[in-house]
Design a protein around this ligand. Structure first.
Ligand SMILES: [Zn+2]
Ligand SMILES: [Zn+2]
Length: 169
């Protein structure tokens, strides 16, 4: 393994901890650098897998530091469809949300997955609902609900798993 302590992510992590006025410790540096570097939401285990395998940072410390980063407002903790918590950097989430605002989505009511409809423009303005007076539209997000190709072929003859409707809001 190469020495990662000089990597840009590591330096960014150190700057952020200092800006926060927090104590700069090796576990905080390594784990924050890991989130900065990766860019996708990570489970506890995924963070552990990315740390040096020298055992210097134990599992409990990883849990504690990740929760601490959430408390400090630097990271976000979210359970996925698999109910496993994933951690990601707040600004990565903001950037991702901005990307997803540029296209439409398809939500499968059977597997509960959401697919990006890349290359599709946002809904036309005439699709805008009537708003109460004084309300202004900033952007419209369109989510099409239905059954994805995978669920469609797998459960073509089976009844839908539930009749529930899910509200994305
Ligand atoms: Zn998307
Ligand atoms: Zn599906």
């Amino acid at each position: 393994m190469t020495d990662t302590s000089q990597s840009p992510a590591f330096q960014a992590a150190e700057e952020r901890l200092r800006a926060l006025g927090a104590r700069v410790t090796q576990p905080r540096l390594s784990i924050l650098a890991c989130l900065i570097d990766t860019g996708v939401p990570l489970t506890h285990q995924a963070v552990i897998d990315r740390l040096p395998a020298d055992g210097a940072i134990d599992r409990v410390t990883v849990y504690r530091v990740l929760d601490w980063l959430v408390e400090q407002g630097m990271a976000q903790k979210r359970a996925g469809n698999d109910r496993v918590f994933r951690f990601s950097l707040i600004e990565h989430e903001a950037a991702r949300a901005e990307v997803h605002r540029q296209h439409n989505h398809f939500h499968c009511s059977r597997c509960d997955r959401t697919f990006c409809l890349e290359g599709q423009s946002a809904p036309a303005p005439q699709a805008a609902p009537d708003l109460p007076s004084g309300f202004a539209i900033e952007h419209i997000e369109l989510t099409v609900n239905g059954v994805c190709a995978e669920c469609g072929t797998r459960t073509a003859s089976a009844p839908p798993s539930s009749g529930e409707t899910t509200c994305q809001n």
